[in-house]
Design a protein around this ligand. Sequence first.
Ligand SMILES: Cc1ncc(COP(=O)(O)O)c(C=O)c1O
Length: 442
Amino acid sequence: MAPLDMKPNELESYWVPFTPNRSFKKKPRLFSGAKDMHYLTPDGRKVLDASAGLFCVNAGHGRDRITKAIQQMAGTLDFAPPFQYAHPKVFELSSKLALMAPGDLDYTLFASSGSEAVDTAMKVALAYHKARGEGARTRFIGRERGYHGVGFGGISVGGMVNNRKAFGNMLTGVDHLPTTYNKAKQAFTKGEPEWGIETLDELTRMIGLHDASTIAAVLVEPVAGSTGCIPPPKGYLKKLREITEKHGILLIFDEVITGFGRLGYAFAAERYGVVPDMITFAKGITNGAVPMSGVMVRKGVYETHMSGPEYIVELFHGYTYSGHPLAAAAGLATLEVYKEEGLFERAKAMEPMFADAMMSLKGLPNVADIRPIGMMCGIDLDPIAGKPGLRGYNAIESMYHEHDLYVRVTGDTLIVSPPLVVTEAQVAEITEKIGTVIKAVA
Ligand SMILES: Cc1ncc(COP(=O)(O)O)c(C=O)c1O
């Protein structure tokens, strides 16, 4: 198309990610502004944000303190090379994270996306074992229905079929634990279900099959988020820690969603009283305002790498935007907002009323399960016969065009996870609007 023929606001060239492009472009859904609990549409409507953007805007939209920190940093230091150099704010941020993290998870490698954080953690695991003379430990164990982003590392250990099936063999030497979800045994449970710890027997079987000396790490989300919010069964994560520790296998918690207050704590690891060897984080670290992610590693993992001549790079890994000044400034301001407003404690205090509100949707047409935990909740709708995903897509359209509501939908599952500044009245409003949408797509 010649440039002069270009229509303003041409939609065609943008390949919209994780989106059915042809349907979307016939009737697009756009957000052009955001403040507090709402998005603004180009036609001036206020849309209630019941999923914190994509599980990241934990302090609500357009927070002045974060905006100002970004603006100020952009005018002071636009970029600093992250290899062989650094800038003050990134040290400050990693020190703060070390204080917040459980146990001795005291060292942080930064990246920009959750997918990069996962790749980073997997590479650190391999390099750690190699440095200890256990280079045969190369196998990773993920879990069915796990989501760890879309890099080759993440889709290999991840277990959501549509994210994997078009992309070949991915990484080899990866096994998957069974999902902990069992509808017959767990449907409509608030919080951690009773049933499911037995699914860890499979880990013992895998260790028997491959031998622990070939296994580098187990990587799981403490609460499986993107697949539709699946809380861990009671005792599951503690037992997982026990088994991995006993066999010298690293345990990586992917806390890209669960980090920074979603479950009422800085990290889910704290809620479950478990110290993994690494925690990946992203999203909430900057309230979604600037891309940033990272991996926190335990002291022993870091120190294992600190050998050899001091002038030689210890880990050949990093990204151009690792610890970017704008992201570091946004991260520091975000952590201050979380702390000053007590947002993690607020999430913890609101959990019971949020769970009750979500459970009140039980009995509406096609509602197959509701799984609230912390300030997030999966709501499964029965699929339309022969057309999985269509009811979910209809819900997306109905919410945006008719009910001024935004909820993340995956397949036929709604994933509610409002900003942690949500009020009780807004939880009620979200619940009522979701109820209306569920009836509209029945
Ligand atoms: C647990 C988990 N890991 C990794 C990712 C990937 O993050 P990103 O989309 O920033 O690459 C996500 C994104 O939702 C996630 O939920």
